[in-house]
Design a protein around this ligand. Sequence first.
Ligand code: FES
Length: 104
Amino acid sequence: MPILNVTDRDGSAKQVDVTMDGSLMQVLRDAGYHIAAECGGAAACGTCHVYLDEAWLSKLPEADEIEAEMVGLLEATRPTSRLSCQIMMDDTLDGLTLTLAPEE
Ligand code: FES
């Protein structure tokens, strides 16, 4: 199973062993990160906002229109901003590096 390199909002970094299927948001919550996920993963709240490492951005499918629209409504966006609920975990994401965006 993949390993993620996750930096929390306070700057602390650690590796997360992925032991479940589902979205990146679900994996991060399962690992104990505080993600409100108010919309339950429907790309409608923005609380699962993460910054991907730039090298990983091109390896993932592009954000669809709904995700891009939601990201556009957030304040602290970067070019590598994604909604973690819209990224499905699989073995190709082994080593994925990301930082949790500030809560808005
Ligand atoms: Fe609401 Fe991802 S959980 S946008």
